[in-house]
Design a binder for this molecule. Sequence first.
Ligand SMILES: [Zn+2]
Length: 150
Amino acid sequence: MSFMTLSSGKSLWRGYEYYKNNRVCYKSIKSDTEIEGKVVGNGKTYTVVIDTEHPRKSKCNCPHADGKHIICKHMVALYFATFPKVAEAYYNEVIAYEEEQERIQSEMEEKVIDYINSLKKDELRQKLFEVLFDGPEWMFNRFYRENIEW
Ligand SMILES: [Zn+2]
């Protein structure tokens, strides 16, 4: 398994932010597969060693990762600082994914608006009734407060 696929989505993103905010204050290539570094956390500087061949052997002395075989944001930050092209590819992938999600969302909104506009008055009444009485309770309560109880 590669370094990035073993990291959680949250660690990847936070690690990317750390890398971008220059929190990797020291970096040294120890061997073909090992990189040592220092990463500034919240008020503390952590010592990080990443192993690109065996990612689970990577170490960081932060409370989250110390003594455990997990990939933390400090390791990710050091990884991205060592491989900036991988960092940029990761960032572009995140942006492309978000843009795709936004595109899908606005496409769905447009379809719903078209659908609502196509309905006749009695169909609209029936649909509103169904949405309010079959939908979640908060929706009913909000509708009641905003339109009836005022
Ligand atoms: Zn850490």
